[in-house]
Design a protein around this ligand. Structure first.
Ligand code: NAD
Length: 370
């Protein structure tokens, strides 16, 4: 049973349980914080082992979105949704349209997007019932695949790291090891290759690596070799939790800068361990915020050139976080949390809980003036 103290633990504003027998929908929408604007965040479809596990996940993910939007300088809050079920066998139009009606009922307090287990088609079903959805296809006026903008943000964030570490943001001749050769990595390596970096890449699927090698030259390594390679930059672009006791002991890099979510297995412990080892860590949710910047752009009428331009700001944001970390002698992941909390506190003084709106872009336009 969800109690108020669960909401109060991380200051969640609202948790909505959605149930509909004809469609089989069981979903939870968590709105963490709307200080900066309507809550945005993906819908994850997952076969959770229990309702408790689903609640835990949606609370954690929605809180993470508040920090991500705040650090990225967006006028959006943090939210997330989970649909309980098997995305391989239980997805259909009725399920997502029904879910869309629940989102519509929140009148814009929550805007959804894709996440693990959901895709563009699911977002388009939701769009049939509500406008509070992003990540629909370009053909329908949406932003499509966010990877090009995310990858560009990771690239500029990596340059900010290089500047911090070596006094120049050039990546020419730098040895960069990339874990994962998926959508994000595919676009990232093109920037790195064009700048003359020496690229090492791995994936558990050979076909993914082959696709990358169609456009760039790179050395291919085995997945299990990744942490043993002596390099300048290690770029996690696959899984979360890969920076842990075991990998930190092995890592021989000066910088970690990659797009994967939740890279640190334990936020409190592993950020400090990287600092002790003099490895500069670009906080994951900052450096991969291009994806969020991309969908946020869709709300105002999507233009990729504008989204790319906004993603460039990641360079300055990363540098600012490094400054806070140095000034206060704290790990960079803690410094970015502080920066997010400081922005929320500053804006929180002049705004109230976001109550939803019928004029979507009008309200966001108004928020953007703050
Ligand atoms: P993707 O599924 O296209 O690619 C991930 C790749 O990692 C796959 O090719 C997979 O085979 C590979 N992989 C999995 N386990 C591996 C291992 N142990 N060693 C090596 N490779 C492994 O996903 P993506 O869109 O490229 O996203 C990558 C990461 O970045 C994810 O953590 C995602 O949440 C995060 N992210 C992506 C975006 C985006 O716009 N694509 C935005 C924000 C965050």
């Amino acid at each position: 049973m969800l109690e108020f103290d669960v909401l109060e633990q991380y200051d969640h504003e609202q948790v909505v349980f959605c149930s509909n027998k004809p469609s089989g929908l069981k979903a939870i929408i968590a709105i963490h914080d709307t200080t900066l604007g309507p809550a945005i965040g993906g819908t994850r479809m997952w076969n959770y082992s229990s309702v408790d596990a689903a609640v835990k996940d949606v609370l954690r993910l929605s809180r993470g979105m508040t920090y991500k939007a705040a650090v990225a300088g967006l006028n959006l809050g943090g939210g997330n949704a989970v649909i309980l079920g098997d995305s391989a066998t239980q997805k259909n139009e009725l399920l997502f349209r029904t879910f869309g009606k629940f989102i519509a009922g929140l009148s814009g307090r929550y805007i959804t997007a894709e996440d693990v287990g959901t895709d563009v088609r699911d977002m388009e079903y939701i769009r049939m019932e509500t406008k509070y959805v992003t990540g629909i296809s370009k053909a329908l006026g949406g932003s499509g695949d966010p990877s090009p903008v995310t990858a560009y943000g990771v690239y500029v964030g990596m340059k900010a790291c290089a500047h911090e570490k070596w006094g120049s943001d050039s990546l020419r001749g730098r040895k960069i090891v990339i874990q994962g050769a998926g959508q994000l990595a595919r676009y990232l390596v093109e920037h790195l290759y064009n700048e003359g970096a020496e690229i090492y890449i791995t994936d558990i699927h050979d076909t993914k690596v082959k696709k990358v090698l169609e456009t760039v030259k790179a050395y291919v390594i085995k997945p299990e070799e990744i942490y043993d390679i002596d390099c300048d930059i290690f770029s996690p672009c696959a899984l979360g939790g890969i920076i842990n006791d075991e990998s930190i002991a092995k890592l021989k890099c000066e910088i970690i800068a990659g797009g994967a979510n939740n890279q640190l297995e334990d936020e409190n412990k592993h950020g400090q361990m990287l600092l002790d080892k003099n490895i500069l860590y670009a906080p994951d949710y900052v450096i991969n915020s291009g994806g969020l910047i991309n969908v946020a752009n869709e709300i105002e009428g999507y233009r990729q050139d504008r989204a790319m331009k906004q993603a460039e700001s990641i360079y300055d944001i990363v540098k600012r976080i490094f400054q806070i970390a140095k000034d206060e002698s704290i790990p960079t992941n803690i410094a970015s949390n502080k920066r997010a909390e400081e922005r929320l506190r500053r804006i929180g003084g002049i705004t109230k809980i976001y109550s939803g709106s019928s004029t979507f872009s009008g309200r966001l336009g108004e928020l953007a003036k703050r």
